[in-house]
Design a protein around this ligand. Structure first.
Ligand code: UD1
Ligand code: CA
Length: 409
């Protein structure tokens, strides 16, 4: 078994995003970009992930501090002098490491585990010092171009800003998916010079150094165009989100969920939805929402963080649910807001009924027992516990005091 680590570059300022937030924390279908890159690394079995942070380092570290992030080693790059310099910051950790080093960018959330698998297989079959996965794009603008000789061997990578007109016409690009023999990587990095328009230390130049010093470098065209995108602008962020949304929905549909109008539906990557549930058009699901089997959601429903829905639940137009559990068989077909509540089995929530969960200072919880019937236009003032089987008349304003009085009779 070969030892394998990963280095993820995430220190950049990202002037093109025009943002105060570190770029890798910008979200794609509900998760920060960096989360997808971490997933991809973990899926190919890396022991440790060295994440290079600089701009907004504390924010990035704070976002990834869960149990699943114990394999991350944070490495600081004080000044962003280029991608080669960023990798070089790992020197004290890795210079004696013997094994494979995967190098990826934190701004490439569309990376797929399968591509990394292909990269690793190629690297091992070719016994190369470095292997990179490339993509062929109709519009290669902005990416480093892969320059090959007449035999198809890679000669180097030239950044967009350094290209001659002939090089600029090359459609094969570098999505920044690299696998290195670690020792060869650090030897080459020490020879990289900032000889380019931006005067930065380019990681791509480490490949030219390797080639010039007689090491084997292999480029495998294994990246689908839609997967190659690095997110450098808000426009690219929106394109990446669309592509990811398509993947999320595709997987749900394969798992037996009907999505009536995929183009007009937005489902968070963290959502879980059961078999034979139907998602009607204009549904927006945000957060790690869980929905059971045989439900019908929407049209125009808004499900937010903390929503847990059982089986056979029907939610209709303009129903908003937040931090609430809905047990099996609940119906809330029209214009409801259910926030910070636990709604029992088979409860019917009439049109326009809401939980008044916020008193201006604090949020309070509502609990509705099994088989309650909530008439139209009811206001349930939290904190509130409604006993099982209660029947709330249309237009009632329900407080705990009222309930207690009625129950005492
Ligand atoms: C880079 C590649 C380019 C490739 C493209 C793919 C280089 C020189 N160029 O260009 O060939 O086509 O990615 O998306 O590598 N970063 C640091 N420290 C630094 C500089 C950058 O951590 O000093 C990080 C950034 O935060 C980012 C990543 O490295 O996550 C890539 O940097 P970026 O400036 O976006 O490089 P590109 O111009 O996109
Ligand atoms: Ca980039």
């Amino acid at each position: 078994m070969i030892d394998r680590v990963a280095i993820l570059l995430a220190a950049g300022v990202s002037s093109r995003m025009n943002t105060k937030l570190p770029k890798v924390l910008h979200e794609v279908t509900g998760r920060p970009m960096l989360a997808y890159v971490l997933d991809a690394c973990r899926s190919v079995g890396v022991e440790k992930i060295y994440v290079i942070v600089g701009f907004g380092a504390d924010q990035v570290k704070e976002r990834f501090c869960g149990d699943e992030d114990k394999d991350i080693v944070w490495v600081h790059q004080a000044k962003q002098l280029g991608t080669a310099h960023a990798v070089m910051c790992c020197r004290e950790h890795l210079e004696n490491f013997v094994g494979q080093t995967l190098v990826l960018c934190g701004d490439g959330p569309l990376i797929r585990a399968k591509t990394l698998q292909t990269l690793i297989e190629k690297h091992e079959a070719e016994q190369s010092a470095a292997t990179l996965a490339t993509a062929v794009l109709d519009d290669p603008t902005g990416y480093g171009r892969i320059i090959r000789d007449v035999y198809g061997n890679i000669q180097g990578i030239v950044e967009d800003s350094d290209c001659t007109p002939t090089q600029r016409a090359v459609k094969e690009v570098n999505p920044s998916y690299y696998l290195f023999n670690n020792q060869a990587l650090f030897k080459a990095l020490s020879q990289v010079k900032p000889n380019n328009v931006k005067q930065e230390y380019y990681l791509t130049d480490a490949l030219s150094v390797l080639i010039a010093t007689g090491n084997k470098v292999v480029a495998v065209t294994a990246v689908r165009p839609e997967e190659a995108m690095g997110v450098n602008s808000r426009t690219q962020l929106s394109v990446a989100s669309k592509i990811m949304q398509h993947r999320v929905q595709q997987e749900l549909m394969e798992n037996g969920v009907t999505i009536v109008d995929p183009e007009n539906t937005w489902i968070d990557a963290r959502a879980k939805i059961g078999q034979d549930t139907v998602i009607e058009p204009f549904v927006y699901i945000h957060g790690a929402v869980s929905i059971g089997r045989d439900c019908r959601i929407g049209p125009f429903a808004f499900l937010r963080e903390g929503t847990v829905i059982g089986d056979d639940v029907v939610l209709g137009v303009f129903t908003e649910v937040k931090n609430t559990s809905l047990a099996d068989g609940v119906r809330a077909r029209h214009h409801s807001y259910l926030g910070d509540a636990a709604i029992g089995c088979r409860v019917n929530v009439g049109a326009g009924s809401i939980t008044a969960n916020y008193d201006g200072h604090h949020v309070h919880r509502t609990s509705v027992g099994d088989d309650c019937n909530i008439g139209s236009g009811a206001v349930l003032i939290a904190p509130l516990t409604l006993p099982a089987g209660a029947n709330v008349g249309a237009g009632t304003v329900v407080s705990q005091e009222n309930v207690d009085k009625l129950c005492a009779k």
